[in-house]
Design a protein around this ligand. Sequence first.
Ligand code: PSU
Ligand code: MN
Length: 309
Amino acid sequence: MPVTRLKERRRPTVALESTIYAFGLPYPQNVELCWKLARTIAAAGAEAKTFAVIDGALKVGLTDEELARIAHAREPGADKDGAVLKLNASDLGPAMALGLTGATTVSATMALAAGAKVRVFATGGVGGVHRDAHVTFDESQDLTALSRYPVAVVSAGAKAILDLGATLERLETLGVPVVGFGTNCFPGFYTRDGGHPLALSVHDVPTLARVLRAHWRMHPNVGVLIANPIPAEHALDPALVERVIVRALDDARAQGVRGKALTPFLLQRLDELTDGRSVEANVALAENNARLGAELAVALAELDPEATA
Ligand code: PSU
Ligand code: MN
């Protein structure tokens, strides 16, 4: 390959979201996780880029100060001035115009990754259809984003706080392939088996990269959800998970927590109700997804060296 061509090649990149730091995990575990994911991704030969919006500017990669601002979103007094918002894809334009600061959810991160030509995004779990969506209509914008942006989202499934069956049905309606990595069932985030079979499963990274390349030839603007179960040694007991989720959902209902505040509230309650075990599991699965994301970004680059971000 000529030298000029080599120069055009960009390093394989893995996008990371910032809502998991702002509203998914407590401080300082959130900052530590961000560093850990960057190290894991670098060790696998790729580069991590965390997305956020700071004072109206889109950020692809955060400085330590910017990360600290995001990571303190839930601290008392954080909402006094320069509040850190939770931004969906649809919030990005207004946030830029108004000079706002916010953490990007899966939907916003997918939109920004697509714009930056980054094809692989590693997260914890995607948002989905909430359990009472037949009454509240609460379905995450993550689902429509998956149908709109050509990004592979490496996740441990969707959190069991959601209706996993309805989430899979909605993904099918939206035309989003869900590919199990080393599994035939859709994982339940904290657990390896969320109780729903998957039709598509692959067992190695080169095959996964070929699946993505073929998918984007057919559907150049549609995402893919990769379901990578939490490592067995970090999985929580399914009965415990269900018990604490029911309790957290009751608390949310009693306190009238809805909309964007619901997912962060439930995650924080699970942390309290499991004595931090849910946070440990969350960290372990995010790292596992970052590793797979990096391997996948490298494999995609090998398949198609010039097209890779
Ligand atoms: N899953 C997690 N931790 C999180 C989230 C999901 O394990 O912090 C965040 C992601 O950023 C996801 C968002 O995009 O929650 C979904 O929120 P909602 O349900 O309000 O769409
Ligand atoms: Mn919602």
